[in-house]
Write a protein that binds this ligand. Structure first.
Ligand SMILES: Cc1cc2nc3c(=O)[nH]c(=O)nc-3n(C[C@H](O)[C@H](O)[C@H](O)COP(=O)(O)OP(=O)(O)OC[C@H]3O[C@@H](n4cnc5c(N)ncnc54)[C@H](O)[C@@H]3O)c2cc1C
Length: 391
C-alpha cells in the first residue's frame, strides 16, 4: 500500500467487481477487495453444474489469480461487509462463518468505495422457502441441488417404495418463469429424461418436471416469439407450466398454491428450485436508509450515469445492487466494471493535472498542462452496448 495514493475498497467478487479489478490500473490507486467468497463465479454455467455437465471448479476463478496479475499488490479479504459509514469513510467487515475463529469485526478505511455486492434471492415472504427449497445463485446452491436431486432418484430406486412416494420423489418443481427458471427446467429435462435413462431405465418415464409462475406467462420480459417458442418446446418435452399460480407456502414434501381459479391446492414434490428473482441485500438496504432523500428506489441503489451513488460522491455502485434502466445481467455488470476502471484512471489524471495547475507553472508549461486537462476534463457517462443474450 502506497500512502501517497488513494485507496479504493471494492465490495464483491462477482461480474461487476471482477471486471473492474481486471481493468483497474493499480499504478494510480491502492486496491482492497472484500468479499465473502474469494472467487468469481461464472453464473451462466451454474445450472449445468447441478447436473454434472460441468464441474463447479471449472466455472470459478480465484480472485487471488486476478490480483496476482496486477502490476501492484491488491489486498484481498475474504469477509462480509456488514456496515458502511459514509461520514467517516470506513466499512465494517466480519469473517465468513467457515473462517470464523471467534466473532470479530474490523474496520477498513477507503477514499472511494466501489460497491458490487449483487442481490439476493427474493422469497416474497413465502414461508418454508429458505428451509425446504433450493436457490440457484451460488456454488453452494448448485451443490445442494445436485445432492437433493440424486437423493430423490436413489430413494425412488429403493425396493418397497410406494408408487405415490416414487411419484413425489420424481416430481421436480421449479418456481419462477424468468430466464433462470426456464433455463433450469430445460437443463433438468436433458439430465433426467435423456441422460438418466441409461442409468435408471425403470425410473426415466416416471420423472415429471413442473414450472410454477404467478404471472399469466413465462419470460414476461422477453418477446412474444420467444415465449411461444419456449411454451411449445416445453409442451413437446412434457414439462408442465402452471401460470397464474401463486405459491402460498412451502412444506417439506409439498407446495401449497393458489390456482388460477382461486382454489387452494397442494403439489407434492421431491426437489424444489426457487428462482423468482432478486431483492436487495441487507447491506444495500442499510445504505439506502442512510440517504432517504436521494435513495428512493426499493429495487436497489440509485446511481447516476457515472455510477456515483446519488447523495454520496465517494461511493460508486454497479451490477445487480443498483436500480438502473438496464437488465440485471452479467453482461451489463461486466461492462459497468470495465467502464468504472477507465473512469478511475481518467479521474486520477484529471486530479493530478488540477494539482499541477494550482502550482505556479511557467507560461509554456501551463499551456501544455491546460491542453492535457481539456482532454480529460469531461468524463463520458456509461453507455451499455448489447452483444446478444447468453440466455
Ligand atoms: C443461474 C444464473 C444464470 C445466469 N445466466 C446469465 C447469463 O447467461 N447471462 C447474463 O448476462 N447474466 C446471467 N445471470 C445474471 C448474472 O449472474 C448477474 O446479473 C450478475 O451476477 C450480477 O453481477 P454482480 O457483480 O452485480 O453480482 P454478483 O455476480 O452476484 O456478485 C456479487 C458479489 O458480492 C459479494 N457480496 C455479497 N454481499 C456482500 C457483502 N456484504 N460484502 C462484500 N461482498 C458481498 C458476493 O459474494 C459476490 O461475490 C445469471 C444468473 C444466475 C443466478
Amino acid at each position: 500500500m502506497d500512502p501517497d495514493k488513494k485507496t479504493i475498497v471494492v465490495l464483491g467478487s462477482g461480474w461487476a467487481s471482477t471486471s473492474f479489478l481486471k481493468d483497474i490500473d493499480t499504478k494510480y490507486y491502492n486496491l482492497i477487495v472484500i468479499s465473502p467468497r474469494n472467487y468469481f463465479l461464472f453464473t451462466p454455467l451454474l445450472p449445468s453444474s447441478t447436473v454434472g455437465t460441468v464441474d463447479l471448479k471449472s466455472i470459478i476463478e480465484p480472485i487471488r489469480f486476478t490480483s496476482r496479475h496486477k502490476t501492484r499488490d491488491i489486498k484481498v479479504y475474504e469477509a462480509e461487509c456488514t456496515r458502511i459509514d459514509p461520514e467517516n469513510k470506513t466499512v465494517m467487515i466480519k469473517d465468513v462463518p467457515s473462517n470464523k475463529v471467534k466473532e470479530s469485526e474490523r474496520s477498513v478505511s477507503y477514499d472511494y468505495l466501489v460497491l458490487g455486492v449483487g442481490a439476493r434471492n427474493s422469497t416474497f415472504g413465502v414461508q418454508g422457502v429458505d428451509r425446504y427449497g433450493c436457490f440457484l445463485k451460488e456454488a453452494k446452491d448448485a451443490r445442494k441441488i445436485h445432492n437433493r436431486l440424486m437423493a430423490c432418484v436413489e430413494n425412488a430406486a429403493l425396493p418397497g417404495q410406494s408408487p405415490e412416494e416414487i411419484k413425489r420423489l420424481l416430481h421436480m418443481v421449479i418456481v419462477g418463469g424468468g430466464a433462470t427458471g426456464i433455463e433450469y427446467a430445460a437443463e433438468l429435462h436433458d439430465f433426467l429424461i435423456d441422460d438418466l435413462r441409461t442409468w435408471y431405465p425403470e425410473l426415466a418415464d416416471k420423472v415429471k418436471i413442473s414450472l410454477v409462475e404467478a404471472l399469466p406467462s413465462v419470460l414476461p420480459q422477453f418477446s412474444q416469439k420467444l415465449i411461444k417458442y419456449t411454451e411449445g418446446n416445453f409442451r413437446k418435452q412434457d414439462i408442465t407450466i402452471h401460470t397464474k399460480t401463486m405459491v402460498k407456502e412451502v412444506r417439506e414434501k409439498e407446495l401449497v398454491v393458489k390456482a388460477p381459479d382461486d382454489s387452494i391446492e397442494t403439489i407434492p414434490y421431491g426437489l424444489l428450485v426457487w428462482a423468482t428473482g432478486n431483492t436487495t441485500t441487507p447491506l444495500v438496504n442499510d445504505l439506502i436508509q442512510k440517504f432517504p432523500e436521494t435513495q428512493t428506489h426499493k429495487k436497489g441503489l440509485v446511481v447516476d450515469d457515472w455510477m456515483r451513488l446519488k447523495g454520496c460522491e465517494d461511493i460508486y455502485a454497479f451490477g445487480d445492487a443498483t436500480a438502473t434502466r438496464y437488465a440485471p445481467t452479467g453482461q451489463v455488470a461486466s461492462q459497468q466494471g470495465k467502464y468504472l476502471a477507465r473512469y478511475f484512471k481518467q479521474l486520477y489524471i484529471r486530479q493530478a493535472l488540477e494539482e499541477q495547475l494550482k502550482k505556479g507553472l511557467g507560461e509554456k508549461e501551463k499551456e501544455k498542462v491546460e491542453k492535457k486537462f481539456e482532454r480529460v476534463k469531461e468524463i463520458k457517462p456509461f453507455h451499455y452496448s448489447h452483444h446478444g443474450s447468453l440466455w
